[in-house]
Structure formats: C-alpha cells, structure tokens
Design a protein around this ligand. Structure first.
Ligand code: ARG
Length: 458
C-alpha cells in the first residue's frame, strides 16, 4: 500500500520495517476517540473558514459512517496501515474523496495521538473509578457485617494486639479511597487538550483550539505546543497511581492467601473463586488472590518501561513514544481485570470468626492492656511494661496465658492487681477500650464506616 508520505521517497518501505513501524495492532482501540477528535477538528476548521461548511459536513458524515461500520463489524482494521490515524484518514478519503484530504489541515499525527490517548484514558479511568467505588462499597459492607469479630492484629507477622475484622478491612478501604483520589487528580491534570499544537510549533492557520477542547470535554488547552506533543507525564502519573493501587490489592491478596491456609483458617473463599489441584485431591487454592498479587509486578513493569522510554528523549515527538501505548493499555486492562475479580471474591468470602477469635486468645495479645491496667492503678508505664514482660515469661515457662494466671500469682507480682484484672484484659475489653480516634474501638470503627459511606454517596 502506498504511504501517505510516499511523495518524498523513491522506494517502498521494507516489509519487515513496515510491520515493525506499525502500531495499528494496538492503537486500533482508540478508533472512537480518533474519530471524535477528527469530527471536532472538522467543525473547528469550518467555523474558522479554513475549510468550507460543505467539506466539513461531508467529513463528519464520512467519519460517522466509519464509526458505525467499525462498531457493527462491517469495517475491519487494515493491519497493513501504519496506525489508527492513517487508517481512518485513508478510509475517509476512500469514501468521500477530496474533502477527506482536507481534514488533516492544521493538524499533525503528533497532536492527534496526544489527544486520542488522553481521551481514551479519560473514558477508561471513569470506568476504573466506578469499579473502585464498587470495591470500596463491598469492603464497607464486609466491615459492617463484622464489627464484633475479634482477630489478632499483627506486627512483624507476630500477634500484637486484638482488633476487629471490621477495623482491619477498613484499613484497606482507606487505602482504596486514596487510590481513587490519586487517579481522579491525575485525570484532572490530564484533561487539557493538546490538539492544535500540530507537529510541534503550532500552525500558520487561524485555528481555535479552545473550540475543539470545549467540544471534546476538556477543561482547558495545553499552553505550550512543544509540551503538548512531547510529554506523557499523564501516563506516568496514572501508571504510578495504578502501581500503588495494585500494591494495595497485592498486600490484601497476600493476607487472603495466608488467611485461607490451614495455619490461619481465618477465611474461606467461595468455591466459585477457588481452584483445585491436578494431583492433590484435598486442595482448595486461592489462585485468584495469587494471580492479582502476581499481576502487580506487571503494572510496576509498565511504569518502569515508560519511565525508561521517556528519560532520554529530546523534545519534541520521537517515535520511541509510540511505546507509551502498550504500557498504559496493559496497565489499564490489568487494573480493570484485577478489580473485577477481586470485588466479588472478597464479597462472597466467608469470615471464620471462631478461628480468628481462637487465634487472638493465644499469643499474649493483651499484654499491653495488662500494662495499661497497672498504669491506671498508679504504676509508671515503663515499670508496668517490665513487670508484664516478666509475667509473660513466667506464663510461657509454665505453659499458661495471662487470662488463666491464678489471682494469688497476680497479687504476688504486684499489690496493685485486683479481681477486675480478668475482665480488664478480656479480648472484648481490649477492643472496646481502644477509644482513641482511628483506633479499633467500636465508636471509631463506626466513624470509619460513616466516612466510607459518605465517600460512596459523594
Ligand atoms: N503511531 C504514532 C504513535 O503512536 C503516531 C504518531 C506518529 N507521528 C509521527 N511523526 N510519526 O506515536
């Protein structure tokens, strides 16, 4: 096929080089944005008298028919085309003749692709944000159902202090709310239209960039034409936000994987989100959680790939930048896929409260509370801390726990102990007494649930 730019050349492009150069196999997914952008461009050109109204309406009609033919399957992408922009333009010219050749006035593929990718990402992120909301809602509901479920909270993966399962789950809800706002911020900064920057220096035509920007739903236009076509920082911001989101999902999946093990048995995933083994008949594996954890690495890879692609590029456009798309598309697909599996997986999971409670009963998880008890009776915290440490050592040596230590032993350790020590270090008391803001006490957990609900209703 003859290239649009063939005029300057005396030879055809080598077949392998042609395939190597072509991006249509992945940028074809931006066909809709490319057509919408071109319609706005034709309208602007006519409104400024750069092309006639007649040409503009022919172009728009042609583009509209191309869009519906692509969507109905009547028109297939030509994999020999250089990219989606060239494909649509040449198809337009095939359909409407000379008017089609006027569309590319005061425009370059450099600003065209910078526009298309922003519009594509705007739409995809709207979807990602709404999926994230559904995930956060599922977590809120899970928390709501488990406000009185006590589990061990960990540090260093060692039992540390009792918390409620609701509190634990809400920690993730807070992280996902921040992920939501990070993506929203990035989209807001991205929403400036580069179209009209042209190849790099602007154009000699009296264009109206704001007209096109407004028509396409942008908040503003990019103010420097070199910047408009050269930077992909918006892709990097999104990739960073996705990486952090995937890191949160991955940590959650790691915990779910642990919780599903016989060693923990805090959670059971629904059969519809678990898999078996080809050899071990007893197995029920949390493959979905593991895969999400695994796919986190892919998204980090996309971020690092694009950072590396861009780091040595002189201004303005360089063909290296075509590599932006596979990275960002892969990350978008992966994030969507992971959230869409994770949300129903967590929503349908069963919380094994008795096992969580049992695990919280051992491991001296109430030792801090025992020290706090002595502090309330007048002992300085450091002395109380030391005495409780010795008490724990005594219990370990005598194969018992703080709740079962005889009262005489407590009295021997310190005169400050009264009979109420047992109720004061019960797991329920440990949780209910955590009255500080943001703590695991019931009032704070309710405040957190209300905060998440407020976010969801916003
Ligand atoms: N397919 C190209 C890309 O994705 C479009 C821009 C091409 N511009 C150029 N001057 N060759 O980057």
């Amino acid at each position: 096929m003859d290239k649009m730019w063939a005029g300057r050349f005396s030879k055809q492009l080598d077949k392998l080089a042609d395939d190597f150069n072509s991006s249509i196999r992945f940028d074809c997914r931006m066909y809709k944005q490319d057509i919408e952008g071109s319609i706005a461009h034709a309208l602007m050109l006519a409104s400024k008298g750069i092309i006639t109204a007649e040409d503009s309406s022919q172009i728009i009609e042609g583009l509209t028919s191309i869009l519906s033919d692509i969507e109905s399957g009547a028109l297939q992408f030509d994999m020999n085309a250089e990219d989606i922009h060239m494909f649509i333009e040449s198809e337009l010219t095939k359909r409407i003749g000379d008017a089609g050749k006027r569309l590319h006035t005061a425009r370059s593929r450099n600003d065209q692709v910078a526009l298309d990718i922003r519009m594509y990402l705007r739409a995809e992120n709207e979807e990602i944000l709404s999926m994230l909301k559904t995930l956060i809602e599922a977590l809120r509901d899970k928390a709501q159902e488990n406000t009185d479920v006590i589990m061990p909270g960990y540090t260093h993966l060692q039992r540390a202090q009792p918390v409620t399962f609701a509190h634990h789950i809400l920690a993730y809800a807070m992280m996902f709310i921040r992920d939501y706002s990070r993506i929203k911020d990035a989209v807001k900064r991205m929403n400036a239209s580069p179209i009209g920057s042209c190849a790099l220096a602007g154009t000699t035509y009296n264009t109206d960039r704001s007209f096109e920007a407004q028509h396409l739903g942008f908040d503003t236009i990019t103010l420097n034409s070199i910047d408009g076509v050269s930077d992909r920082d918006f892709c990097l911001e999104l990739l960073s936000a996705y990486s952090i989101l995937m890191m949160h999902l991955s940590r959650f999946c790691e915990e779910i994987t642990l919780w599903c093990s016989w060693e923990f048995k805090f959670m059971e995933l629904d059969d519809s989100y678990s898999t078996g083994s080809s050899i071990m008949p007893q197995k029920k594996n949390p493959d979905m959680a593991e895969l999400i954890r695994g796919k986190c690495g892919r998204v980090y890879g996309d971020l690092v790939a694009l950072l590396t692609t861009l780091k040595g590029l002189p201004l303005a456009y360089n063909k290296d930048m075509q590599e932006d798309k596979e990275a960002i598309f892969d990350a978008v697909d992966t994030v969507k896929l992971c959230i869409s599996v994770f949300t129903p997986m967590i929503a349908t999971s069963t919380v094994l409260k008795d096992n969580m409670y049992k695990a919280a009963q051992k491991g001296f998880i109430n030792a801090t509370d025992l020290a706090d008890y002595l502090v309330k009776k007048g002992m300085p915290f450091r002395s109380a801390y030391k005495l409780v440490g010795e008490t724990v050592a005594y219990c370990i040596a005598n194969n018992t726990v703080l709740e079962d230590l005889p009262f005489e032993k407590y009295k021997e350790l310190s005169e400050l102990f009264d009979e109420d020590v047992y109720t004061d270090i019960s797991l329920e008391a440990c949780v209910n007494k955590r009255i500080s803001q943001g703590g695991t006490g019931p009032k704070s957990v309710q405040t957190q649930i209300d905060f998440v609900t407020g976010f969801l209703n916003d």
